[in-house]
Design a protein around this ligand. Structure first.
Ligand code: G3H
Ligand code: 13P
Ligand code: ZN
Length: 305
């Protein structure tokens, strides 16, 4: 069997997670793919609406297709689709799954929109991820100034009324590089409540980058200014995978940091260099290195194909 549903069920049963890695260009995608090939890990390659418009639909989907041909355990996913139309477009383009992010809407509106996307996507065997609660943080097209934890009772009603395949929960993670100003915790109590009401239901963690000190330090050492960057501690993510039903872990910020750390380093250390290959190649290799580590030590998805 080689489809996304198979690997979601396997991850749920065997307590590993599919990394859902965002890409914005050829080098980031190649870096991610190489890590998955090296570790024999099934994974999700995600495109946000912003990434889709940056790369252009044809380039984005074309690159993903090439990767899937090289390593058919990569599944193409639309990240944070905000409307029925953009989700429909992704389904029509052949994505394996789509996320409809109605988390900024009222509960009723979120249910109606998510249900409509499910009805369309399921006709083509495309899986749908919904979101309930609000994950803090700001990126290009995905932003929320406030954190609203997922209400477990509403989560059950949401899943039953929409027919979503997976659910993104808000338990204290956030998007971007500045995740905490105080104690680094996650609300495992809320996660447990959700799991009691929705037993064996696949859950998703967004905003799960670890924002490793090494990457932040390199960026700062070579002219960057990311002084207060903090991520989710590795141990909390490991617990979410090993002891809970988190089967998809979204990572974008760490990939951006990996690329930027190397680009900054090369350009600062070799000011006469102007061949993009000389700084993009180390960036791509750094992405492979950090994703390999996540697959082996956080997602536990190595050798799961
Ligand atoms: O969760 C959001 C993703 O990191 C995408 O961010 O809209 O800046 O591409 P983006
Ligand atoms: P990070 O910003 O923590 O990498 O989260 C990315 C994400 O949730 C993409 O949907
Ligand atoms: Zn997200």
């Amino acid at each position: 069997m080689n489809n996304l549903k198979y690997y979601i069920d396997k991850a749920l049963k065997e307590h590993f997670a599919l990394g859902a890695m965002n890409f914005n260009n050829m080098e980031s995608l190649q870096g991610i793919m190489q890590a998955c090939i090296n570790t024999k890990a099934p994974a999700i390659i995600s495109i946000s609406e912003g990434a889709l418009s940056y790369m252009g639909e044809d380039f984005a989907v074309g690159l993903a297709k090439i990767c899937k041909e090289k390593f058919p355990y990569l599944f193409l996913h639309l990240d944070h689709g905000k409307s029925f139309e953009v989700c429909k477009r992704a389904v029509d383009l052949g994505f394996d799954s789509v996320m409809i992010d109605g988390s900024g809407l009222s509960f009723k509106e979120n249910i109606a929109l998510t249900k409509k996307v499910c009805e369309y996507a399921h006709k083509f065997d495309v899986l749908v991820e919904g979101e309930l609660g609000q994950i803090k943080g700001i990126e290009d097209n995905v932003s929320s100034a406030s954190q609203h934890y997922t209400d477990p009772i509403k989560a059950k009603e949401f899943v039953e009324k929409t027919d979503v395949d997976t659910l993104a929960v808000a338990i204290g993670t956030s998007h971007g590089a500045y995740k905490y100003s105080g104690k680094q915790t996650l609300r495992f109590d809320i996660l447990e409540e959700i799991e009691k009401l929705l037993p064996n239901f696949p859950l998703v963690l967004h905003g799960a980058s670890t924002v490793d000190e090494e990457l932040v330090d390199t960026i700062n050492d070579f002219g960057g200014e990311l002084e207060k960057a903090v991520g989710i501690p590795k141990e909390l993510l490991q617990k979410a995978v090993k002891e809970h039903n988190i089967i998809k872990i979204n990572t974008d910020t760490d990939i951006r940091l990996a690329m930027t750390s190397k680009v900054r380093q090369v350009l600062m250390q070799e000011p006469k260099e102007f061949d993009p290959r000389k700084y993009l190649k180390p960036g791509r290799e750094k992405i492979t290195e950090i994703i390999t580590d996540k697959i082996n030590n956080i997602f536990f998805a190595n050798n799961q194909i």
